[in-house]
Design a binder for this molecule. Sequence first.
Ligand code: NI
Length: 172
Amino acid sequence: MAIRTILHYPDKRLREPGKPVTEFGPQLAKLVEDMAETMYAAPGVGLAAPQIGESVRVFVIDVATAEDAPSDLRVFVNPEIVERQGVQCWEEGCLSFPGVHEEIERAERVKVTARTVTGEAFELEADGLLAVAIQHENDHLDGKLMVDHLGLIRRRLVHRAMVKRGPQLAAE
Ligand code: NI
């Protein structure tokens, strides 16, 4: 396993849509392990493959953030959100936007279909933070970022803050 470098906005690679996974072999297993390790080390509740420069449709989520909570690692390969219901608002962060937190409106409940790391199809219904995380990470697979959900002024402010922050250090 390895902790990978997380790309920061406005890195252009974050805008590339991910390709569907076609091989469920050891290479995918290794990628998922690296993603989980990178997410936990950050720490964050979700990480999508394009955030570490891998342009494929894979994301990992663990919303069990309480210190004594057991791990709840969920892996989504080739996910599709097939149903969205209701509205909820959360203050979201993103590992590609260090220090940025913005209120974003999302569906309250989602139904998602995806495959496991070994290729088995599954379906999941989620609400609350898990539903927010699924929608946020799924956006990454389409090259869509949290700023795209903001109004023009907030978007400019975040953009300027991130550009001012300067290029990321290789060690980050
Ligand atoms: Ni993100």
